[in-house]
Design a protein. Structure first.
Length: 360
């Protein structure tokens, strides 16, 4: 018999798609803020796979992907249960803003921090979003897998972000390596080109371990990753189709569908070296930015990737990359300020796949 799974008012029914709402909080006006919930459950028991999207308001593609994948037909074919939240931030979605209108913080950095003996890192006065995510985190404990759907830059290739796995004590290393291996298999099944997150220093400074997929991987210890599905603010049908196929293949990999793998036909980064994303290069001075490269393009150290001019079109400087790699995405707009990001690259990553939390 399938597992009895509930999230808010949605309760799984074997062989069916059910929908409902999960109460997040009440606004000062008394209006409830609720997250939409979709549950597709198969006729036979199996893993619980969470899909989440739209934690940043302008990032819309994941909503369409969930709509196209999670339906009554999937429930009839499935072994196990898919729990989907098409919008983690309805308030951000309404105003098409990265942050919801009631909080200026990035909502994808506010899931629970890792527990520490001295209590360091825990919010003494958690914000409303932190309170909501703490409750949702407890609901996520039922998950065996999680994929969080995002969009990246206005000019960007679809790709997957893979976090490093952190562990506390030496005796935890083997389990961390096994979790990293399972995560790698899930990402490979999904089929988009994959990069590791930023360097350890940037990852910890930006608190990316408190993102949706970061907390699932490093606190819940389940395979989880972030899928970046191209540009925000519009829905590309080709990207949607590729992501639906990728999620289908992830469900096959998880043993939840006995069906052929769907073709992805998405460009991959050449070579076998691990890659991480890097915001590079940065503007050496303020001016008007003109890129010389496109998303997906291979670059070599020393290549000119952009030039900066003044308002009269006079070139102020050319900007080169110091890394070999691939262009994941380009900064939008024409103006750039000193130290502003020009590109995001996939560059060689020499850090270990698993690391202790507190080692230097």
């Amino acid at each position: 018999m399938p597992t009895d799974i509930r999230l808010g008012t949605a309760r799984a029914q074997a062989g069916q798609l059910t929908t409902g709402r999960w109460h997040a909080f009440d606004h000062p006006t008394g209006t409830p803020e609720e997250l939409p919930v979709m549950i597709a459950q198969g006729l036979h028991d199996g893993p619980v796979f969470w899909l989440t999207a739209n934690i940043h308001g302008p990032e819309l593609t994941g909503i369409a992907v969930i709509h196209d994948l999670v339906n009554a037909d999937l429930a009839r074919r499935l072994r196990g249960t898919v729990v989907a939240i098409p919008s983690l931030s309805p308030a951000g979605f309404r105003v098409r803003n990265r942050q919801p209108y009631f909080d200026a913080q990035d909502p994808n950095r506010l899931f629970p921090d890792r527990p520490r003996k001295n209590g360091e890192g825990q919010s003494e006065h958690p914000s409303m979003i932190e309170q909501v995510w703490a409750r949702l985190f407890e609901e996520m404990r039922a998950a065996d897998y999680l994929i969080d759907l995002h969009n990246a830059h206005y000019q960007s290739v679809p790709f997957s972000i893979r976090d490093k796995v952190f562990y506390e004590a030496d005796g935890d290393r083997a389990a961390a390596e096994e979790l990293q291996s399972r995560t790698g298999k899930l990402i490979a099944a999904f089929g988009l080109p994959a990069v590791f997150e930023f360097s350890r220093k940037q990852y910890l400074r930006q608190k990316l371990y408190r993102s949706t997929s970061g907390v699932a991987l490093n606190l819940l210890r389940i395979p989880a990753f972030t899928a970046e599905l191209g540009a925000p603010n519009f829905v590309d049908p080709g990207v949607v189709a590729a992501a639906v196929n990728g999620l289908h293949n992830a469900l096959v990999s998880a043993g939840m569908l006995d069906e052929p793998v769907q073709p992805m036909n998405t460009p991959q980064f050449d070579g076998n070296v691990p890659l991480r994303r890097e915001n590079h290069p940065r503007a050496p001075q303020t001016g008007l930015l003109r890129h010389h490269v496109r998303e997906g393009e291979r670059v070599r150290a020393g290549d000119i990737v952009a030039h900066i001019s003044d308002i009269y079109g006079r070139t102020l400087c050319e900007v080169a990359t110091a890394h070999d790699g691939w262009v994941i995405g380009l900064t939008g707009g024409l103006q750039v300020y000193k130290h502003g990001v020009i590109c995001t690259l996939a560059v060689a990553d020499d850090e270990p796949l698993v690391m202790k939390w507190d080692e230097e």
